[in-house]
Design a protein around this ligand. Structure first.
Ligand SMILES: Nc1nc2c(c(=O)[nH]1)N[C@H]1C(S)=C(S)[C@@H](COP(=O)(O)O)O[C@H]1N2
Ligand SMILES: [Mo]
Length: 310
């Protein structure tokens, strides 16, 4: 088990979910069970994992907020569409294709792919390019651990990801303004940073479908669109891969998409953000460069002009 370095705030005390207060009694299934393939059994696997040293001590948004206000265009463009329409997504069985410049390519059953990766809780700030934000208690593991296991070859410079393409279960994919499947990518050093995780759950439970079940990326210093959901393909490549929002509107959405209050979106300011769960008394707060994770990631961009590499 991972020890908490932050004892001042226990987010289990602030969650409104009565059921969640019982989590310590139901952890028998535990992390091992989750890693071994209990991912798709909604009630079966609750995960014990204390806040890691990378977690914020800010209070997470409620489960209702995190699962009710989503961007997942495969299910529609309204914030309530994923919650309304993702219920029919089959997440078990689930396989992920690994290809490109990697020693162990193949199509892996999800449980095999993530076997042995140490799950932990990461309470991260999450900042959408649309200038809203949340705090989300993810369960996941460092992408670097998986990439090391897969064996990244020396020519690889980027990691590319793809979301499931299944219009029968993803009604938003019938709209053609996006060239499906949804695609994202990271530079290899970004992918290897310990903040970058693949998340398989949140609030101690397997990942809700609207949040990208059964496995999604979380890159907390970048705008939310980089954190691609429901991943079915991971490719190690030598060139910067095409990414969905950049393909749609390159002048508005760059490849890097680092949270940056100094670089406005062409149509709105990025200087501040609305904390979604703040409710009546909450308001806007200042946006922090790299979403507050600069100590860990600013060095990745030394020598880059972030106004140009936006
Ligand atoms: N496949 C896929 N991944 C996606 C998206 C999407 O539309 N499709 N939306 C992105 C955007 S814009 C955001 S802000 C986050 C939202 O994550 P959340 O709904 O879990 O908060 O998912 C990102 N990942
Ligand atoms: Mo977003």
């Amino acid at each position: 088990m991972i020890r908490s370095f932050k004892t001042d705030l226990r987010w289990s005390d602030v969650t409104p979910r009565a059921a969640f207060l019982n989590r310590r009694q139901i952890i028998a299934a535990g992390m091992g069970a989750l890693a071994a393939g209990a991912l798709a059994r909604p009630a079966a696997a609750r995960i014990e994992a204390a806040a890691s040293r990378y977690s914020t001590s800010e209070a997470p948004d409620s489960l209702e907020t995190i699962t009710g206000y989503n961007n997942f265009y495969e299910f529609g463009t309204d914030k309530g569409d994923p919650a309304a329409y993702a219920g029919g997504l089959t997440v078990d069985p689930w396989s992920v294709k690994v290809d490109g410049l990697v020693d162990r390519p193949g199509t892996y059953d999800l449980a095999d792919l993530i076997k042995g990766q140490p799950l932990e809780e990461r309470i991260y700030r999450f900042r959408c390019v649309e200038a809203w934000s949340m705090v989300i208690p993810w369960i996941g593991f460092e992408l670097s651990g998986l990439l090391n296991r897969l064996g990244v070859q020396s020519g690889a410079k980027y990691v590319a990801f793809e979301t499931l393409l299944r219009p029968e279960e993803m009604p938003g994919q019938r709209a053609r303004f996006i060239d499906w499947p949804y695609r994202e990518g990271l530079r290899l050093d970004e992918a290897m940073n310990p903040l970058t995780i693949l998340a398989t759950g949140l609030y101690g439970d397997p990942m809700p479908r609207q949040n990208g079940a059964p496995i999604r990326l979380v890159v907390p210093w970048k705008y939310g669109f980089k954190s691609i959901k429901s991943i079915v393909r991971i490719s190690l490549v030598d060139k910067m891969p095409p990414t969905t929002w950049n393909m749609l509107q390159a002048s508005e959405y760059g490849f890097y998409a680092n949270v940056n209050p100094e670089v406005d979106h062409p149509r709105w300011s990025q200087a501040s953000e609305r904390r979604v769960g703040a409710g009546l008394f909450g308001g806007r707060q200042d946006t922090v460069k790299f979403n507050g994770y600069g100590d860990q990631v600013a060095g990745l961009y030394a020598g880059q002009d972030l106004a140009k590499d936006y």
